[in-house]
Design a protein around this ligand. Structure first.
Ligand code: FAD
Ligand code: SF4
Ligand code: SF4
Length: 482
């Protein structure tokens, strides 16, 4: 594609958002994304660095050809369908869930952080452009068209693979293998597929419709999904290995870490995972049509400062509570996406920094009524993750609360590793894998949070894709030597 020397436009084209006063009363998606005209306008800000030098590509964990897909929007600006189809083809070679990643990736730390436009103005809005391509393709029949072209033409089934867990790692692995011609069955413990994408991330950030479409796409590819199947309980890993040529474990990190302090067993203290699962899987986001068994009081304190904390805080706010996030470190050490922190603040969530909980205080009925915190102070010294170390000051403060949500981290559940004793784990419970993502059991592969601990959607998807390649090689070799 030949292009005139681009004019530098420093400011990004904004995306509209639902006004604060409207969105705090419902679970509708906050950001409305680009339409075609504004997407092209934003695309035209990209100076189209050659792929071998494009720093944005290096910043994306799965190395999407970003100038490549943006270039298609510019090149075919007079033919929206062609522009989107060509852009989606580029994205799909590295990422099959752009509607999800365009919404939830921490772009400011990944693809957008090193974008050269960031040196003179705003970096290109890569995430929102990726989301636009996915949304337009989904709503204009382009995805179906392209899917038919991507599916393997051969009718021969190359082998059978079991995938455990239907989060982004499992879904990606299953999709890639199905496209290669494998018969894939997903075993999912919950009654809905999607992992954190369905039970964790709320509707106002990731509408369920997007995920439902992705799942339908997988089913069209011939993937079978067995819900309510807990591997390690309903069926063992050994039984799976008898029936399938290989197994992929993508069981995530869904076990919440809790605080070992007095009062932890008081009523209305939730782990963020339990709280969000109730809200998401029991349809609190469709209140008042659905009556969800969750009680949120007038004053909620959320402990933590990652994406999970923001999601829990903003959900509690929408259920009618005043919400305060209490974090033991400072603002600069919060790990949530910047956009979520901004949205939480706009919506009225309050933030208290340098407070570490030491006791939950209950009323005469065993319900939480306040949280006692020690005030912390930052030191100059930094820890291994680059965060400033903190120490207690010996001063205390008590904040009233009739609901507490704990969001201080997650770890892998041990259901499979405890049942299959030859499956090696690290001290933090993550599964041990080699460079091909094979575990200590031949033919059993793993990826996503199950091997990394709490990480990101795109890293889980990258693992799912890599494992699918390794599984293909493993099964081919197995069949050759049989
Ligand atoms: P998961 O998504 O956890 O899926 C694992 C699946 O395996 C689950 O469905 C589980 O039910 C199933 N399973 C577990 N054990 C078994 C078993 N024994 N048998 C059968 N099935 C089993 N990342 C981002 O990039 N951006 C964000 O904005 C973001 N926000 C987040 C918000 C929340 C509330 C949470 C909790 C996480 C967030 N993350 C975010 C992290 C991200 O969602 C995870 O890194 C990602 O989902 C990991 O994918 P996975 O496929 O490895 O596991
Ligand atoms: Fe950026 Fe995530 Fe898309 Fe990569 S997958 S280009 S990091 S939004
Ligand atoms: Fe475009 Fe920025 Fe990537 Fe260069 S670094 S190709 S300007 S998105």
């Amino acid at each position: 594609m030949t292009r005139k020397k681009p004019k530098i436009i420093k400011e990004r084209v904004p995306t509209p958002e639902v006004p604060v006063e409207e969105r705090v009363k419902s679970f509708v998606e906050v950001n409305l994304g680009y339409d075609f005209a504004s997407a092209v306008k934003e695309a035209e800000r990209c100076i189209q660095c050659p792929p071998e030098y494009a720093s944005c590509i290096k910043g994306c964990p799965v190395h999407i050809n970003i100038p490549g897909f943006i270039g298609k929007l510019i090149e075919h600006r007079d033919d929206p369908k062609k522009a989107v189809k060509e852009a989606l083809k580029v994205i799909w070679s590295d990422n099959t869930l752009p509607g999800v990643t365009g919404r939830v990736c921490p772009q400011e730390e990944q693809c957008e952080a090193p974008c050269v436009m960031g040196k003179v103005g705003d970096p290109i809005n890569i995430g929102k452009l990726e989301r636009f391509v996915a949304d337009y393709a989904r709503t204009h029949g382009i995805e179906e068209e392209l899917l038919r072209e991507f599916v393997s033409n051969g009718n021969d089934i190359k082998g059978k693979v079991a995938v455990v867990g239907s989060g982004p790692a499992g879904l990606t692995c299953a999709g890639e293998l199905a496209k290669m011609g494998y018969k894939v069955t997903i075993f999912e413990a919950l009654h809905k597929p999607g992992g954190v994408l369905v039970y964790g991330i709320p509707e106002f950030r990731l509408p369920k419709e997007i995920l439902n479409k992705e799942i339908a796409k997988l089913r069209e590819l011939g993937v079978e999904i067995k819900l309510d199947h807990i591997v390690g309980k309903t069926i063992t890993l050994e039984e799976l290995l008898e029936e399938y040529d290989a197994v992929f474990i993508g069981t995530g990190a869904g076990t919440p870490k809790l605080l070992n302090i007095p009062g932890i067993l008081l009523d209305r203290i939730y782990s963020a995972n339990e709280f969000l699962t109730r809200v998401n899987l029991m349809k609190a986001y469709e209140f008042p049509e659905y009556d969800t068994p969750i009680t949120v009081g007038k004053k909620t304190i959320v402990i933590g400062a990652g994406n999970t904390a923001m999601d829990a805080a903003r959900s509690a706010l929408r259920l009618g509570s005043e919400v305060t996030i209490a974090y033991r470190r400072g603002r600069e050490d919060m790990t949530a996406r910047i956009e979520e922190i901004q949205h939480a603040e706009e919506e009225g969530v309050k933030f208290e920094f340098f407070l570490s909980p030491v006791e939950f205080i209950g009323d005469e009925n065993g319900k939480i009524k306040a949280v006692k915190f020690e005030k912390m102070k930052p030191l100059e010294e930094r820890d291994a993750k680059g965060k400033r170390k903190i120490v207690g000051t010996g001063e205390y403060v008590t904040l009233e609360a009739d609901t507490v949500i704990i969001a201080i981290g997650l770890e892998p559940n041990k259901i499979i590793s405890e049942e299959a004793s030859s499956l090696k784990t690290n001290p933090d419970g993550t599964l041990v894998v080699d460079k091909n993502l094979m575990t200590s059991i031949p033919g059993v592969f793993a990826g996503g949070d199950a091997i990394r601990g709490e990480a990101t959607v795109i890293l889980a998807m990258g693992d799912g894709k890599k494992a699918a390649k390794s599984i293909d090689e493993y099964i081919r070799k197995k069949h050759l030597s049989a």
